[in-house]
Design a protein around this ligand. Sequence first.
Ligand code: C2E
Ligand code: CA
Ligand code: CA
Length: 703
Amino acid sequence: MPNPNQKKNHFLFLSPENCSEKIVISLTESVYSIGRHSDSNIKLYSEAVSRNHATLIRKDVGKDNSSYILIDGDLKGQRSQNGIVVNEKKTIYHQLEDGDIIMFGSSEIKAIYKQENALSEYFPFCDLNSKIQQNNIALSSELTREQLQNTLILSEENLNQNLSQKDIKRLASFPELSPNPIIEFDLNGKIIYSNPAANLCFSELFNEENITNPLIAGLTRNTNQINGELIIREIKIKDKYFDQYIHYLSKQNVIRSYIFDITKRKISEKKLKYQAFHDSLTGIPNREFFYWKLEQYLNNVKTNNEQLAIFFIDIDRFKNINETLNHTTGDKLLENFSYRLVSNLPEDCFLARWGGDEFTVIVPLKDNLPRINQIAQKIINSLKEPFIIKKYTIYVTCSIGVSIYPKDGLEEKTLIKNADIALFRAKQMGKNNCQFYTTQLSGEQMLLFELENSLYNALDNQELFLNFQPQLDLNTNKISALEVLLRWQHPDLGVVSPSKFIPLAEETGLIIPIGEWVLETACLQGKKWQDLGYPKMVIAVNVSVKQFQQDNFIQQVKNILHKTQFNPEYLELEITETILMQNVDKTEIIINELSQLGVKFSLDDFGTGYSSLSYLKRFPFNVVKIDQSFISDLAINEQDQALVSAVITLAKGYKMKVVAEGVETDNQKKLLKQLKCDFIQGWLVSKPFREEDLLAFLNKLIN
Ligand code: C2E
Ligand code: CA
Ligand code: CA
């Protein structure tokens, strides 16, 4: 039996603003969901609180104690709208400590987390609290230990009241008819009374030597401790779990106990705990579990002065596999990949799925550094055999990044980050290899690494915004179109150019959600300006290769047009030659189908790729954009002049408009006019604008 004096009890004191009442919740379960959702275990009634705002997970600390981890959002990784703040610091993951002050959403709902130590204070207290929570009654004053003690003693004294025969009969039927077992035994462990439910439930136990009977064990010797008090303990008998409420009746010198079967609750708790710490696809431990384990491993190696390695493993080109085959095959591959890792790792290693196609491993080393290469090589070699999934034979390789405690870091976070940096190097070295962490990542590599890491949150953190660059119609001198140019307001690095992060977004697959966001936001803007009465202008949106190649691109554009109610006639999609060349037939279908809706297409950066002018004939482009590299030297380079002139003549023959990009000088504009170019875009007309500056610019033109 665990020493009850050591066990901590956990409470959450909730105090909604403008409300003098306090709600006290005794935390006994292993997982709590907190939020506005009707299924939440702890419901918070405030507009500022999300439906699944936060989650509490019990964490065992040492043998007898536990604490709670507070996570922003739910266990599926869905974050809350307004976040959580602990001790005035915004956080998404926090191990609670006694006295921590938590704000949910805004300052409207405040909670204080408390740990209470002594046994004698807790059970009656907990009981009261759970009632308070259920009935939503508020506890305005705190009950002291003495008050509770007195209540118990008073009720024992009440038993001495003169009761009528009728009363006694009625009272006697209570235990007899109770569906829950009740037993009474003396201080030697001899059973004095057991109700029918107890006889039914524990019939074999009553034949046993009483002292080893789990219902009695440990109680008779500790009577001093429980004298006059109610204690509760959890016991396990065969496969079942019970809460045993034990009450020592000092006058009669007997111990009475009420027993409740809690097996169902325990099983669902275990299931929840399992789900909270394991990845649902592969069944192996998840990221949270990894963090906890790493903490334990580190404590161990610190005391023993040993070394330890962290592996960061990533499947090479998984995104391609996932996109080329379908996602169920991708999932199956991840599952099989994780089995292969499990079967190739020594037993003392700890494997977890970090997320996506990334896995992490803790490798204890003691003093055996060569172990790292042995294990890494074993993993890499194990992938020489292909995976057979359905009808596919799939060959994969992986890259591994390694960091070592204590050389590369002392803390969990540093070690993980450095293993990740090492992985990045492994990828840059051509994949299918293992790299150790070194600080010698070049400035450019470091920047790319930082960018890639923070790009994952850019959309969620609303760090992306749009700029608009006008195109001037040289015949009418009016703005005919606006090109939408994406910008990223990086928290540390300032505004990052799309030429830096679009390639990263392509590589990581993030271009899909980002591209969708750009398109929708651009259409919304266009619609808004039209509704405000600005002259109708085409909104030109850049589309990247991956985005264009996704299976549902046509549907995505249709959905966005429908949702934003933006007239398709004013939407222009800018695509590059690379898109055309990737899959000519597919591209033709997409362009044709969207053209039928009225959507326009322009061929961007014309002249920089390898495509011949014959592409112009095959695809129904509305616009050709001549790349700025041909414009910058236009005045001095006769070849450029000849090419620009040829493109303009040809495009006009196909009834396509020509836009010259990157026009910076009056001289360039004059030459382009002479060459019969109809539209120009560039700093001469204006730099790309933020919305408010654009409107000021347009207003000046109108007035
Ligand atoms: P792009 O489509 O060729 O866009 C024109 C680029 O030239 C823009 O750079 C623009 O700011 C710049 N520019 C405009 N006028 C002048 C000028 O007179 N002189 C010079 N030197 N430059 C000028 P930006 O905004 O940095 O965009 C770079 C590239 O990033 C774009 O090239 C485009 O390929 C890509 N990009 C931008 N936004 C998006 C987007 O939303 N989605 C995708 N997939 N790609 C985007
Ligand atoms: Ca463009
Ligand atoms: Ca361009």
